[in-house]
Design a protein around this ligand. Structure first.
Ligand SMILES: C[S@@+](CC[C@H](N)C(=O)[O-])C[C@H]1O[C@@H](n2cnc3c(N)ncnc32)[C@H](O)[C@@H]1O
Length: 269
């Protein structure tokens, strides 16, 4: 697998489906990540892998001078339309988290919600977050922690899919707090990492399956791969199984816990 294939694959999975519907669910994590930075008015904030603009738009609303980058042009187009509809100014640019197009120390804060975890060269990406943050500024990111329904699904999906090819993104590796600390420490940061609770809420398991296979690129791409092998029904059944086994809803609704890690580190002054 060559790197351009990896990045084309990423652009594909974040273009298909209905990412804005997923972003709406993930918004509380961006809000929590930005809250950890303190007051943002007048600060220059970079949102790496902004997607449809969740963290960048929240930062801009809080008075920050917000910049967002993403690998996927379609995500940026949606983010631009959303910022315009919300009446906030966000500078949105196409870029790769592994080589950010900004000079050293350009930002007061650099954040990434479930974003930089998809960069295959994690060391380069972590290094870039730290490099473009000014000394004394803050880097914050979120990643899916172990123990949630998505990790249960990944275990089941492994029965159908070949192991991930070397050189591809491994977002699951960012799910371990010690590993996140090691990666950010290698970039010169000493982060605090905490686990935050987060739930995906659906009317029932069928609605959960329908939502994921309609809106979420990684699930749609996985199903397409299984279908191409004549194993689409098996894949759907495994997804439903992961959801039913993870469901902790008590009032008839389907509630899927997906704890995430919030890492916050100051760049030494
Ligand atoms: C799960 S979405 C998260 C988007 C947004 N931060 C949010 O919270 O909704 C992952 C995003 O990472 C972007 N991405 C993946 N690899 C990237 C890379 N190497 N550089 C920049 N963005 C990347 C994708 O295009 C996608 O928009």
């Amino acid at each position: 697998v060559t790197q351009p294939d990896v990045f084309d694959g990423q652009r594909h999975i974040w273009t298909i489906g209905d990412y804005p519907a997923v972003a709406e669910r993930l918004l509380p994590a961006s809000v929590a990540m930005l809250e950890a930075l303190g007051p943002l008015a007048g600060k220059r904030v970079l949102d790496v892998a902004t997607g449809t603009g969740n963290a960048a738009i929240v930062a801009a609303r809080a008075g920050a001078e917000a910049v967002g980058i993403d690998l996927t042009p379609n995500q940026l187009n949606l983010a631009r339309a959303r910022a315009e509809a919300e009446g906030v100014a966000v500078d949105l640019r196409e870029a790769n988290a592994e080589s950010l197009p900004f000079p050293d120390a350009s930002f007061d804060a650099v954040v990434s919600a479930f974003g930089v975890i998809f960069a295959p060269d994690h060391a380069a990406a972590a290094g870039e977050l730290a490099r473009v943050c000014r000394p004394g500024g803050t880097v914050a990111l979120t990643s899916w922690a172990g123990g949630g329904w998505m990790m249960r699904w990944l275990d089941k999906a492994a029965m159908l899919a070949p192991p991930p090819p070397p050189g591809g993104p491994r977002p699951d590796e960012w799910g371990d707090a010690d590993e996140v600390v090691r990666r950010l420490a290698a970039a010169g940061l000493s982060p605090q990492v905490e686990v935050r609770a987060f739930d995906w809420d659906f009317a029932d398991a069928d609605e959960a399956v329908a939502f994921l296979t309609r809106a979420s690129g990684p699930f749609i791409a996985f199903l397409a791969m299984a279908e191409a092998q004549g194993r689409g029904d098996e894949a759907r059944a495994l997804l439903r199984e992961a959801i039913v086994e993870s469901d902790v809803g008590t009032d008839g609704r389907c509630l899927l816990p997906a704890p995430y890690l919030l890492a916050v580190g100051r760049r030494p002054a």
